[in-house]
Design a protein around this ligand. Structure first.
Ligand code: B3K
Ligand code: ZN
Length: 879
């Protein structure tokens, strides 16, 4: 595979004003007829017309006609990625027929079949697997699409935009024509044909237009769409209120499919979703699933402006739409639920996963410089770090300034394909700001380290903050220039109150919380009139995606965990105290000395447990110790066995010492039980109660076991039932565990998404013998490598969440995952490539494990028919 560079970007030679598509769908093939109204792009006026090179892959070309003249085969050249021909005029009509086989498309890219339905996934470069085309986002065209299929099996025929005509054909076939008035790149094209149930609703926009809302699902799922529909309406309202963005078509459709590589896709007016991101019913979906549905529905809807109306010039700009849209959906979720808890969840995820990516062989900037396979760049860096970059811009400009900037961005670039620079320029121009240095966040990879030291001088009543920043080398980038780091902070007095902030050299006081912009490698900030020695509360709300280092003592962390008025930093203090305690104990364990728990961690946990004024979801977040994955990320050389052993030991110590307090809080939270509600308050209660159940089960008391079994049997919702199942599966109570697993599988075997949970819970269980259990589950009739959700549920959960078993010293965990990747490489390269991530992290581990992991990567590299997706990740991780 070849490497594509950002610096090689060139405007397209030709444009496509109109695209007319006709799909004839059959059981064993499909015919795609395209008619394209094309013209030469303005540049090069008068000179010779360049050859027209269309993208195409896995296509059988049946005919080509230029201006209604059929061409003979000597008038074009075809290879396995393109069709080249020579236009004779600056404007022309090109007509092409291709034959494809959707039923054999296991890569789930282009047109494929999921169960009994036809559907598409075109982003990033899937459209070229449907027909020859200029499959690049800066070629935008108006699409008219006719779908023809047999009526009995495919009564519903959908594409983008508005239905303009439909009719019957001989022999039980029918057709429908859809027209999308908005020019769009091919990656936003979609088609669906199937036997689907439709849920209807409507939304009145801010200007009073009526929009039809439809969710299409397989008939058996019709009762599970209410939450997605509510989330959609809330998203539409929110985008009007917060960004002034109104929906633009008369109809908005969501279709749920079972086989989907990602969460969902924002095709214009016809979003296609992984059913896991649409379906939610209290009996079958957990609170986490409810929240994910809300977030993904919002995310895809928000793309209508940040992505579709204004799209990307090229795929290096992917974060232009993804980082911005993730930021938008995170703010939406924060407004709908608890802002602090949402931030805690996102930061936890970022630090355990994106930081690891930034430190690994696939590290790349938010705007990458090069790629081999674009599918590999739908990464945590593009999405999550990209969202952090937009959040920093929001922090620096303030909500109002940011809104002025986005208003200008949408106005200036509506209908265009643009770059991250255009986004920044709009924010700058609307605010007279200069983000030249800030833009290093787009071009430099790696996680910066921000080291801060504080010094109080009583004589002069000053407090000095010395900030030093650095950023480790990443592949292809050894030297890094200083970033602009927004540092939100307060100074706390001995009672934990925020002190007034007065910066030396400034006449205006800054209130009691401020944002400093750290712009230099080393920078000193001096606060004046500081009446007593303060304890700084730094990087509030995680105001920049950096690793903060400050010489806090454990007592400082305890103080902040108990007193910081900022909820996020209270959690952060408790979290960092736990990290410090765990890291200390890991060292002690490695030295073979006996473990002894620092009582301060215990007392913090006891205090938050007893504090009724705290949001129970916050309490749950504090009680949940840092994950094994995060401890691996923080370690220089990760000792998986020690990490697992020590974390488990600390959890048991906490459970034993706090059992009484936990029981009383557990019982008190039970009082509110009743009908299931999916609101933030009820979710918070269940979250804490189930966190406590997990701890109480560690005490191995018969009371805990009977409460857990009872909850499993009697739970009125999946959240509580699943929490009980997790606790049982991770317990030593073999008989109850097996009974519960059996009962669960029997009851839910007709619900694929519930079976996914059943697979994951077992795959993630750290008890010995995990690999053998997973290998057994691969043979379960509900498992198949062809369904990405199943692969993620079993193989993904094992490799990412079950570190103790995946990193077995004999390498059998690695070998198993590599075997699956080799198989998946043939079926679905994108999913194969995703499953590689844990193996690419080999540098983190001890030498014997490094060798074993590298050997598996080398074995994959040497296997036959390697896809570009897998090749890129394996070769870069071995480089
Ligand atoms: N834009 C899609 C991603 C599709 C990626 C395909 N390889 C989903 C989203 O971010 O909304
Ligand atoms: Zn997106």
């Amino acid at each position: 595979p070849t490497t594509i560079h950002l610096t090689d970007y060139r405007q397209p030679d030709y444009l496509i004003d109109e695209t007319h598509l006709t799909f004839e769908l059959f059981e064993d093939h499909a015919l795609v007829h395209s008619r394209l109204a094309m013209r030469a792009n303005a540049a090069g006026e008068g000179g010779a017309l360049p050859p027209l090179v269309l993208h195409g892959q896995d296509l059988v070309l049946q005919s080509v006609a230029l201006d209604e003249q059929a061409l003979t085969a000597d008038a074009w050249q075809v290879d396995d990625s393109s069709l080249t021909l020579q236009p004779q005029a600056r404007e022309f009509e090109l007509a092409i027929t291709t034959r494809i086989e959707p039923q054999n498309n296991t890569a789930l890219e282009g047109l494929y079949k999921s169960g009994g339905m036809f559907c598409t996934q075109c982003e990033a470069e899937g459209f070229r697997k449907i027909t020859y085309y200029l499959d690049r986002p800066d070629v935008m065209s108006r699409f008219t699409t006719t779908v023809m299929a047999e009526r009995g099996s495919y009564p519903v025929l959908l594409s983008n935009g508005n239905l303009i005509a439909s009719g019957e054909h001989e022999g039980g076939r029918h057709w429908a024509t859809w027209e999308d008035p908005f020019p769009k790149p091919a990656y936003l094209f979609a088609l669906v044909a199937g036997d689907l149930y439709r849920i209807d609703d409507s939304f009145t926009t801010m200007s009073g237009r009526e929009v039809e809302l439809r969710i299409y699902v397989e008939p058996e799922n019709r009762e599970q769409c209410g939450h997605a529909m509510d989330s959609l309406k809330r998203s539409m309202r929110w985008d009007e209120e917060v960004y002034g963005r109104e929906y633009d078509l008369d109809i908005f459709m969501i279709v749920a499919v079972n086989d989907f590589n990602m969460g969902a896709m924002e095709n214009k007016g016809l979003n296609i979703f992984n059913s896991s991101c649409v379906l939610a019913h209290p009996d079958t979906a957990t609170d986490m699933a409810f929240q994910r549905v809300e977030a993904v529905v919002a995310h895809e809807y928000f793309h209508n402006w940040s992505g579709n109306r204004v799209t990307c010039r090229d795929w290096f700009q992917l974060s232009l739409k993804e980082g911005f849209t993730v930021f938008r959906d995170a703010e939406f979720s924060a407004d709908m639920n608890s802002r602090t808890v949402k931030r805690i969840e996102d930061v936890t995820f970022l630090r355990a996963n994106q930081f690891a990516e930034d430190a690994g062989p696939m590290a790349h900037p938010v705007r990458p410089d090069s790629y081999m396979e674009i599918s590999n760049f739908y990464t945590l860096t593009i999405y999550e770090k990209g969202a952090e970059v937009v959040r920093m811009l929001h922090t620096l400009l303030g909500a109002e300034g940011f809104r002025k900037g986005t208003d200008l961005y949408f106005e200036r670039h509506d209908g265009q394909a643009v770059t991250c620079d255009d986004f920044i320029a709009a924010l700058e121009d609307a605010n007279e700001a200069d983000f030249t240095q800030f833009k290093r966040w787009y071009s430099q990879a790696g996680t910066p380290v921000l080291q801060v030291d504080g010094r109080y001088d009583a004589a002069s009543s000053t407090f000095q903050l010395l900030c030093r920043q650095s950023c480790p080398a990443t592949p292809g980038q050894t030297e890094k220039l200083p970033f602009v780091i927004p540092l939100r902070l307060a100074l706390l007095d001995g009672e934990g109150r925020e002190m007034p902030l007065q910066l030396a050299g400034e006449t205006q006081a800054r209130g009691t919380e401020t944002v400093l912009a750290v712009t230099e490698a080393e920078q000193l900030f001096v606060f004046e009139n500081v009446r007593e020695e303060p304890l700084p509360s730094l990087l509030r709300g995680f105001s920049a995606p950096v690793k903060l280092v400050y010489p806090y003592s454990r007592d400082d962390r305890v103080f902040l965990a108990m007193h910081d008025p900022d909820g996020f930093n209270r959690w952060e203090a408790a979290q960092s105290l736990a990290v410090d305690v765990l890291q200390g104990l890991i060292g002690i364990h490695q030295a073979g000395r006996p473990l002894l728990l620092d009582q301060r961690l215990l007392e913090v946990h006891r205090a938050v447990l007893k504090d009724d004024s705290l949001d129970p979801a916050m309490v749950a977040e504090i009680l949940r110790l840092p994950s094994e994955a995060y401890l691996v990320e923080l370690a220089e050389e990760a000792d998986v066995e020690a990490i697992h052993h020590v974390r488990d030991w600390v959890r048991r110590e906490l459970a034993t010492a706090l059992a009484e307090t936990m029981w009383s809080r557990f019982r008190q939270l039970g009082d509110g039980a009743g009908a299931y509600r999916a609101d933030a308050e009820s979710m918070a209660r269940r979250s804490l109660r189930n966190t406590l159940l997990g701890y109480l089960m560690l005490t191995e008391s018969s009371e805990a076991l009977s409460v857990c079994v009872q909850q499993f049997v009697e739970a009125g919702n999946m959240t509580d039932r699943q929490a009980a199942l997790v606790a049982l599966v991770n317990s030593p109570h073999e008989q109850q565990k097996h009974a519960a697993l059996e009962e669960f599988a029997q009851r839910w075997n007709a619900y694929p998404l519930v079976m996914d949970q059943w697979f994951s819970i077992q795959a993630a269980s750290p008890l010995p013998g995990g690999l053998e259990r997973v290998q057994g589950l691969m043979k379960h009739p509900a498992f198949t490598l062809r369904n990405p959700n199943k692969v993620r549920a079993l193989i993904g959960a094992f490799a990412n969440q079950n570190l103790a078993n995946f990193h077995r010293a004999d390498g059998a965990g690695y070998r198993f995952v590599a075997d699956q990747i080799i198989e998946l490489n043939r079926l679905n390269p994108q999913i194969a490539s995703r499953m590689l991530t844990p193996l690419t992290r080999w540098r983190k581990f001890d030498e014997p494990r490094q060798l074993l992991m590298k050997a598996e990567l080398a074995r994959i590299l040497a296997s036959d028919d390697l896809s570009p997706d897998v090749y890129e990740v394996v070769s870069k991780s071995l480089a």
